[in-house]
Design a protein around this ligand. Structure first.
Ligand code: S3P
Length: 173
């Protein structure tokens, strides 16, 4: 297997509510890195919200936009990149993530994730028939092998403050 040379970025993966954006911003601040967030890039380019994209284009349309956002980051250096929780589900994204940099998985208990995501309405996958906790547990069991496979580092964040998680990520860089 030929490995592409790694770019010098930090990539954060993990389920919705695991703190990728908040922790990512903190890490960027600590290291003097830039910060990028695939969800924000998608929203900017589309000029509408993630629920609107899901409604108009379906999840498939969203996933295409997500891959496009990821590709647009390939020239980045010294950047902390927060990704959407489902980015690892698309086979085409995986070599791009690996190429971008050091991948850290922010792990958290689904109960905690359900609590953290309860107050906001911008995650269409948690607004279906299934209760959010059940959905998050299901997504975790589907995605865990992929997070595990791609992660260079995993940080169990259940007992950590976001500041402590950020130190953990920054130290590993
Ligand atoms: C998704 C996670 C979301 C967003 C979209 C789909 C997922 O990002 O990309 O709603 O499939 O897990 P966050 O992980 O930043 O919430």
């Amino acid at each position: 297997e030929v490995r592409l040379p790694r770019a010098e970025n930090i990539v954060l993966i993990g389920l919705m509510g695991s703190g990728k954006s908040t922790v990512g911003r903190m890490v960027a601040h600590m290291l003097g890195f830039q910060f990028a967030d695939t969800d924000h890039l998608i929203i900017e380019k589309a000029g509408c919200s993630i629920p609107e994209i899901f409604a108009k284009e379906g999840e498939d349309g969203f996933r295409l936009r997500e891959s496009e956002a990821l590709r647009s980051l390939l020239g980045c250096r010294h950047c902390v990149i927060a990704t959407g929780g489902g980015i690892i589900t698309q086979v085409r994204n995986r070599p791009l993530l690996q190429h971008l940099g050091f991948i850290t998985w922010l792990e958290a208990d689904p109960k905690l994730l359900a609590r953290r995501t309860a107050s906001n309405n911008d995650r269409p996958l948690l607004r279906g028939e299934e209760p959010p906790l059940v959905k998050l547990e299901r997504l975790l069991s589907e995605r865990k092998p992929l997070y595990k496979q791609l992660a260079d580092l995993r940080i169990q964040t259940d007992e950590l403050s976001q500041q402590e998680s950020a130190y953990g990520v920054a130290e590993s860089a």
